[in-house]
Design a binder for this molecule. Structure first.
Ligand code: G3P
Length: 219
């Protein structure tokens, strides 16, 4: 399972990259706004900076347009910003049309805001590179977000769809483990969830004891 970081924060992207376990970055308009990045010029500049920090790794940049021809125009501009840009497109009729258009022209896409198996089938048929089902937001309404990942993994395997399942809206380390068990191709998560995977009290206790014994023996 590939690890993407879900943020537009350059320091966090660098921290995850430097761990040597990062495979890509996803952003969305809310994450860009959280970093205080506003206005087309600044947004494009910020995408370029992110792409430079993680050369060779996929970086999802989301279109703001909702109408097909506008999405196409905007997606082309985004794709031209850097070689590693993936155009993120919402799951709507116009979005699916745009994904088909980009797919025919070898422009990588990430179909976002996916909440059902039916939507997952449409995105795969359109040729999306990645599919982003939002696990946490389904949990938020007391449904089981991970069940959707399991369902899509099963459908894609039966049908032989090439679209990669990118578990998104990940909120904690357990989500990451469950996504791996469910067979997601990719998980995109905040840095806090990635770092939480490191934690185990027995690791801390064990390391302290090893170091204590080493220093005792040296005396
Ligand atoms: O990138 C989309 C997704 O990961 C959003 O997560 O936590 O806002 O539901 P969240």
């Amino acid at each position: 399972m590939k690890f993407f970081i879900d943020t537009a924060n350059i320091d966090q992207i660098k921290e995850a990259r430097d761990l040597g376990i990062l495979d890509g970055v996803t952003t969305n308009p809310s994450l860009m706004a959280k970093e205080g990045i506003t206005g087309e010029k600044n947004i494009f500049k910020h995408y370029k900076n992110i792409c430079k920090e993680v050369e060779g790794l996929d970086v999802s940049a989301e279109v703001i347009s909702t109408e097909f021809s506008e999405m196409v125009k905007e997606g082309k501009v985004l794709a031209d910003l850097a070689e590693n840009i993936v155009v993120k497109v919402p799951m709507t009729k116009d979005g699916i049309k745009a994904i088909s258009y980009f797919s025919e022209r070898d422009i990588l896409t990430n179909c976002t805001l996916v909440f059902s198996a039916g939507q997952a089938i449409l995105a795969a048929k359109a040729g999306a590179t990645y599919l982003s089902p939002f696990v946490g937001r389904i949990d938020d309404i007391s449904w089981d977000g991970m069940k959707l990942i399991e369902e899509i993994v099963s459908i894609y395997s039966i049908q032989g769809y090439a679209t990669e399942i990118l578990a998104a809206s990940i909120r904690n380390p357990l989500h990451i483990i469950q996504a791996a068990k469910a067979g997601a191709d990719v998980v995109t998560c905040p840095l806090s969830s990635i770092l939480a995977l490191f934690n185990h009290p027995l690791t801390d206790i064990g390391l302290a004891k090893f170091l204590e014994d080493y220093h005792k023996a040296g005396k």
